[in-house]
Write a protein that binds this ligand. Structure first.
Ligand code: GLA
Length: 470
């Protein structure tokens, strides 16, 4: 009898946990949302930074760096898949931390890029390998028979028997299937037919710095995007164009409006989405957030605008869609109810100050005990913040009507360039009563690089502009 009761008790706990997980409806995201956490089919935050996307049989496969909130050490490369670019399914840790060696414990592994090799049919993965202090860098590679892995780490990619001692890297596959390795500074190296070594230097360095090298081709023009060298801090990314990969490369200026810091992101890849009527080139950038890179670093994916052969991201789209049949990108309006900070239904605890920035009403606090609370009946809630240079991390929690936490995340409200943006959007929940709690954490993103330069926020404020209920 006692055993029987114990089984019922354990089953009840498991059912309660199961119900909690399924308070979230995976698979219903209807757009590409930049600057906020994405959730996979298990309700876990998507961790895939410094990423690229490979298409196979009508599916998109996203590869990216796994991060933790406590250390910068290599934590593996994840693989997710999606049929629509909105909902991401965790597939595998394509390359885990190795038992020992150059991608073993306490090493750095970044900017993973995967390409399918046209001659062997194998998948080849490239990455930046380094020490934790970024003092022994080289480009490494790994191979797999299946796109989702497991990938076998093979060590350094060699050119004339020597490793490529560069840190930031990217890849590019040309229309004829030839593969190229891109390294910071704008160097381009041609890969061998099997992609497992380098056979030629196609282009020499074109600019100092020029990190996060990202290259794509539209018709007969090559576009080469890169960032300045400011560690995890975002800067105004810029680009070059050429008619041949070996140049000459022409400097074309900034990708986004000046001082917007590429909409607070750093380039990593451009995905071509070709449809029957249109082709969308999607810029993929990282909004880093050191040290909480797992919870709070996000993705900035935006459609690129072409004017002749000039490119730009003239405005930041919180949410947009891409029609995979026609290839056309569209902005969407979120159909929601808005609550401004002074709404009586929102309660505030601790010290908060109301004001306006650019006539946008905001409320702000850096009191480490402060939180706001809001009860709602709905299936999704979002939060617009005013990102500011003295903002820090906020904790966002959603509680169900039993007081159980069904969603919890840390969000980063810091940006060196002030901007009002959607900073949190919950997963779609079962329609019910919930409580949103947003707390000041008293923590902020800040760090120093290997040259001991200090970066990051100057304060722990959180600055809220409005809540939205969908
Ligand atoms: C730059 C690089 C990243 C990473 C950080 C480390 O942002 O592009 O890949 O190496 O620096 O500071």
């Amino acid at each position: 009898m006692a055993n029987y009761k114990l089984i019922i008790f354990i089953s009840a706990i498991l059912i309660a946990q199961w119900a909690n997980i399924f308070a979230q409806q995976a698979g219903n995201t209807n757009a590409i949302y930049s600057g906020l956490a994405w959730y996979d089919q298990n309700g876990k935050v998507v961790s895939a930074h410094g990423a690229n996307i490979v298409m196979k049989n009508g599916k998109f496969y996203l590869f990216g760096e796994v991060h933790s909130d406590t250390s910068n050490a290599f934590a593996g490369f994840n693989c997710y898949s999606s049929k629509d670019l909105y909902n991401w399914k965790f597939e595998s840790m394509a390359l885990p931390v190795q038992k020992n060696g150059k991608l073993g414990p306490n090493r750095v592994g970044e900017r993973v890029k995967v390409m399918k090799n046209p001659s062997s049919g194998d998948f080849v993965m490239f990455m930046h390998v380094d020490t934790l202090g970024y003092k022994d860098q080289f480009v490494g590679y790994a191979t797999a028979k299946k796109i989702t892995g497991p990938y076998q780490f093979k060590g350094p990619l060699l050119f004339n028997g020597k490793p490529i001692k560069k840190w930031d890297m990217g890849t590019f596959q040309d229309h004829d299937g030839t593969g190229y390795l891109l390294t910071h500074g704008g160097m381009i190296h041609q890969l061998s037919t099997d992609y497992k070594s380098i056979i030629a230097e196609t282009n020499p360095t074109i600019a100092t710095g020029f990190e996060s090298p990202t290259l794509f081709r539209k018709n007969d023009t090559y576009y080469f995007i890169g960032s300045h060298l400011t560690s995890w801090e975002k800067n105004d990314n810029y680009y070059f164009t050429a008619k041949s990969l070996s140049g000459p490369w022409t400097a074309r200026g900034l990708l986004a409006p000046k001082d917007k810091l590429t909409w607070n992101s750093q380039s990593t890849f451009v995905l071509k989405i070709e449809g029957t009527k249109d082709t969308t080139f999607m810029f993929m950038g990282d909004r880093w957030s050191f040290p909480k890179q797992h919870s709070a670093a996000t993705y900035v994916w935006q459609p690129i605008t072409f004017t002749g052969d000039s490119i730009s991201i003239p405005q930041y789209l919180n949410a947009w869609t891409v029609n995979l049949n026609t290839g056309a990108a569209n902005t969407i309006r979120l159909n929601h109810k808005i609550l401004l900070p002074n709404n009586k239904q929102i309660s505030y605890s601790g010290n908060w100050k109301s004001s306006t920035i650019d006539s946008i009403p905001i409320i702000r606090s850096n009191d480490p005990k402060a939180f706001l609370s809001f009860k709602f009946n709905g299936k999704q809630i979002g939060l617009y913040a005013y990102l500011l240079p003295d903002n820090g991390y906020a904790k966002v929690e959603i509680l169900n009507n039993k007081g159980e936490v069904v969603v919890k995340n840390i969000i980063d409200l810091y940006s060196k360039s002030p901007m009002s943006q959607l900073a949190f959007l919950s997963p779609i929940l079962n329609k019910s009563e919930y409580q949103l709690i947003v707390t000041v954490t008293g923590e902020r993103p800040n760090w120093s690089d290997k040259r001991k330069t200090l970066y990051g926020s100057t304060g722990n404020n959180i600055t809220i502009a409005k809540l939205i209920i969908l």
